[in-house]
Structure formats: C-alpha cells, structure tokens
Ligand binder design. Structure first.
Ligand SMILES: [Zn+2]
Length: 91
C-alpha cells in the first residue's frame, strides 16, 4: 500500500471527505481523458452524486483540496507512472 516514490506531498494526512487511494498499477488507458484539459487521465474521482470524473496529474493536484471536500472517492494513479517507466511530461 505505502508508496514512497512519489514526488510531492505524499505524507499529508487527509482528514476530510473523500477516501483517497493511491495505485501503483495503472488501470486507466489512453482513452481516459482529463475532463479539464483532455490530457491522458491519471486519476478517477467519484463525486458524492456518483458521477465519475477524470483528471490528469496536473489537474488532480490543482483540484485536490476541493475534490477532497466534494467527492467520495479519489483514485490516484500517478504513482503508477514511476513503476511503468512513464513520465508525467510537462506538468
Ligand atoms: Zn488536465
């Protein structure tokens, strides 16, 4: 479960809202696109109403504080980037 290979703010304790899950295995595909910028998605978010949103790494990071308060589940696949040899280009 624990992943020590991420670059930013991994250790912040989450005290509000959403259940936050890190994934070391990428389950999203190139068909999953960020709802904000249409880049490849690296996070899947379930809102309180059950709707699914997709975010790239950049927009996941920038919206995380709000998502934590307004969603029930956040699945973060950015740790999988490190294990698959892919890079999060141009953040
Ligand atoms: Zn994006």
């Amino acid at each position: 479960m624990a992943n020590d290979d991420t670059t930013e703010s991994t250790m912040k304790t989450v005290e509000i809202g959403a259940k936050y899950v890190y994934h070391n295995v990428m389950e999203l595909t190139g068909f999953d696109r960020c709802d904000r910028c249409n880049a490849q998605a690296y996070a899947k978010v379930t809102t309180l109403s059950g709707k699914e949103l997709m975010f790239c790494g950049h927009h996941l990071a920038s919206h995380k504080p709000v998502l934590m308060e307004t969603c029930q589940e956040i699945h973060d696949y950015t740790p999988a980037l490190a294990t698959t040899g892919m890079t999060s280009a141009s953040v």
